[in-house]
Design a protein around this ligand. Structure first.
Ligand SMILES: C[S@@+](CC[C@H](N)C(=O)[O-])C[C@H]1O[C@@H](n2cnc3c(N)ncnc32)[C@H](O)[C@@H]1O
Length: 404
């Protein structure tokens, strides 16, 4: 039940919907858990985004660590190996990207039943840059009488460079025509794109048309400033980038070896890995990401990295049949598992060590089940979004001695 903690005694109202589904709505906590704290967000009651803000941060982290390890064990069918939980960011201002919808008069997020929409301009989890970008964009739409033309919105904002990338889904074809016809105010570093998505299309960036600005934004990662051109991936929780980089360097031990990175994006992790390695090949299925990664390596003076466009399984097959071998492999995917087609061919790369960054523990567990000839040595986690239920899982495999 939202708003509760384990073993609490509460008063709740039981509600049911037309399909007979029932849920409890918390009315009062009769005996609170010792780790309960006052939620540090005015919209907490109705917001599904940070369901753990009423728990002390250390307790919330341990709680979701337990849930993630249990999820791994349920799917993998064996105990999770040892690992650490990293907590590089606090509960405020960690999130540089947002997606929302127009709900009445706000660009926000759907709330729990019976509560008003969540106004993301007030969300404490967003960085000041992403909140400011959304606030300015909504004001500009209102000033032009265009707010009702927008169905959904996604915003990415880079704090250090000031660059902002906004993509909107128009309500319908006439609404898209209105958005394309009306000039939005020019704001330095801001790009606004729009499209008419299909019903199931969650990606607002691919195939969108410019309303203002250029599709390339710049963001900082460690000592690098990287460019990312829509729809190339930009980090969601920039405050955790150094922790991810350090973890990947420790997991892969790349000194003097050839590294393969699957899901390299614009090269966020590729550049530090290549600096430590003999060579690096990065693969990504998004064309602009590969163009950006190549340019980012050139600008950074990293000469031993090459980037290839393709899906991971096809790319690995081509590399292996071309005689390439890599001693270390990093996989960094989206929410879905990479799948058995990649895991079947991956051992042919000959890697001694494989590391995997997984936004969802279940994806890592599913791919782990399909990978043969390797032992999962560690299962670490990084809390990229404290207060939410999310944890990023990070696995390290070593090749078994008898596997060729
Ligand atoms: C979470 S992003 C990480 C990007 C980059 N490593 C970084 O840290 O910025 C995952 C990347 O994997 C790519 N990707 C996802 N599935 C893929 C696949 N099957 N083959 C190739 N690339 C894939 C996406 O396009 C995206 O750029």
């Amino acid at each position: 039940m939202p708003g509760t903690l384990p073993e609490e005694l509460v008063d709740a109202e039981l509600r049911t919907d037309a399909r007979g589904r029932a849920w409890g709505v918390l009315e009062a906590v009769v005996s609170p858990h010792p780790q309960r704290v006052a939620p540090d967000c005015a919209q907490y009651r109705g917001c599904p985004g940070c369901p753990l803000r009423h728990a002390a941060p250390e307790f919330a982290a341990e709680w979701k660590l337990g849930a993630a390890r249990r999820a791994f064990e349920r799917i993998a069918g064996h105990p999770a190996p040892p690992g650490d939980l990293m907590q590089p960011v606090g509960r405020e201002a960690f999130r540089a990207r947002l997606s929302g919808a127009r709900l009445g008069g706000v660009l926000g997020m759907g709330a729990l039943p019976g509560e008003p929409p969540v106004d993301l301009r007030l969300c404490p989890a967003q960085t000041s840059a992403s909140r400011a970008a959304l606030t300015a964009f909504q004001a500009d739409l209102e000033a032009q009488g265009l707010l009702d033309a927008v169905a959904r919105v996604s915003v990415a904002a880079a704090e250090e460079t000031g660059d902002v990338r906004i993509a909107v889904a128009a309500m319908d074809a006439p609404a898209l025509a209105r958005l394309l016809a009306a000039p939005l105010p020019v704001r330095p570093g801001r790009a606004v794109f729009a499209k008419l998505p299909t019903a199931r299309d969650a990606d607002l960036e691919t195939g969108a048309t410019a309303l203002a600005g250029t599709p390339t934004m710049r963001f900082r990662a460690g000592d690098d400033t990287l460019q990312a051109t829509m729809p190339a991936w930009v980090p969601q929780s920039p405050g955790t980038l150094n922790a991810l980089r350090d973890w990947a360097l420790a997991a892969l031990q790349p000194a003097g070896v050839d590294v393969l990175e699957l899901g390299c994006g614009v090269g966020t992790l590729s550049l530090p890995l290549a600096r430590a390695a003999r060579s690096l090949v990065g693969v990504d299925c998004v064309r602009p990401a590969i163009v950006d990664a190549t340019e980012n390596a050139r600008v950074a003076g990293v000469e031993n990295a090459r980037f290839r466009l393709g899906f991971a399984d096809h790319a690995v097959r081509r590399l292996v049949s071309g005689g390439h071998r890599f001693e270390a492999v990093l996989l960094h995917g989206m929410r879905a598992p990479f799948g058995a087609r990649l895991m079947d061919v991956l051992p042919a790369v000959g890697a001694r060590r494989i590391a995997y960054l997984a936004p969802i523990t279940a994806s890592l567990a599913r791919d782990a089940n399909a990978l043969k000839g390797y032992t999962l040595e560690r299962l670490d986690f990084v809390d990229q979004m404290p207060g939410t239920a999310h944890l990023m899982a990070m696995g390290v495999w070593t090749r078994r001695p008898n596997s060729s």
